[in-house]
Write a protein that binds this ligand. Structure first.
Ligand code: HEM
Length: 209
């Protein structure tokens, strides 16, 4: 049975729902922190939480294409919201680090970025996310034409750097880290293999016709 076609209004409401649901964990955890319910080190807990959700939204953004290729879910209309949510979480993660952890001492932040490789990788990933967030709108898609797709391929180095940053930030890798990093590696591997897989699919279809 073909899926029911949604009206443009319903489609736009669903996209807004993705933003609302996506931002809920940050708001909820911020509230827990503000009301002293985040344990002994609320700043670290909040910082880690935001980093983890950045990874989760990167995973969801990268999962849209393979799920569509496999015919499991066509979520193209949600991809922009998911990518922007990854950026919002990364920006909040950085702000928590800069404002609450490093108390906005710019020299300490710069020294940390230079000295600790995992912070360097995180900073590069966040910097690369900025042009993607700024151009995630219809006007930029029109203005940049085919260059838009090339620019947005930066999401792959962002995901690789995010995975590296994550694996270096945690002292001991456990199930949670293996699952998140494993999914990112799998999704990046799919992107590399995708052109060949698509070509094989086309040839099979041509042969059948
Ligand atoms: C796309 C960019 C980024 C992603 C995906 C990301 C993701 C993460 C993740 C998943 C963690 C570990 C959470 C956990 O322990 O469970 C983490 C930790 C951390 N990140 Fe990021 N991060 C990014 C950018 C940054 C930036 C720009 C900075 C600061 C300049 C930063 C600073 C930190 C710090 C200090 C920790 C360790 C907190 C601690 O345990 O002491 N991250 N990040």
């Amino acid at each position: 049975m073909a899926p029911a076609k949604l009206s443009p209004r319903a489609q736009s409401a669903l996209v807004w729902a993705v933003y609302a649901v996506g931002l809920a964990p940050a708001l909820w955890t911020f509230w827990l922190g503000a009301s002293n319910q985040l344990g002994a080190d609320p700043v670290k807990t909040f910082e880690r939480f935001l980093g983890l959700w950045t990874i989760r939204f990167l995973i969801l953004t990268l999962a849209i294409t393979p799920l569509r290729d496999l015919g499991l879910f066509n979520g193209l209309r949600y991809r922009r919201a998911l990518g922007l949510l990854a950026f919002y979480y990364a920006a909040l993660h950085f702000l928590t680090y800069a404002v609450l952890d490093q108390t906005m001492v710019l020299s300490a932040i710069v020294a940390d970025v230079v000295k600790r490789p995992f912070i360097t990788f995180g900073m590069i990933a966040l910097t690369l996310l900025v042009p993607l967030a700024v151009t995630s709108n219809n006007a930029s898609i029109r203005r940049l034409g085919s260059r838009w797709s090339s620019l947005h391929r930066l999401v792959y180095p962002v995901a690789a750097l995010g995975a590296l940053h994550y694996s270096m930030a945690v002292k001991v890798l456990g199930a949670e880290q293996y699952i998140h990093i494993g999914l990112l590696v799998l999704l990046l591997a799919y992107r590399i293999a995708r052109p060949r897989l698509m070509e094989a699919k086309r040839q099979k279809r041509r042969a059948a016709a």
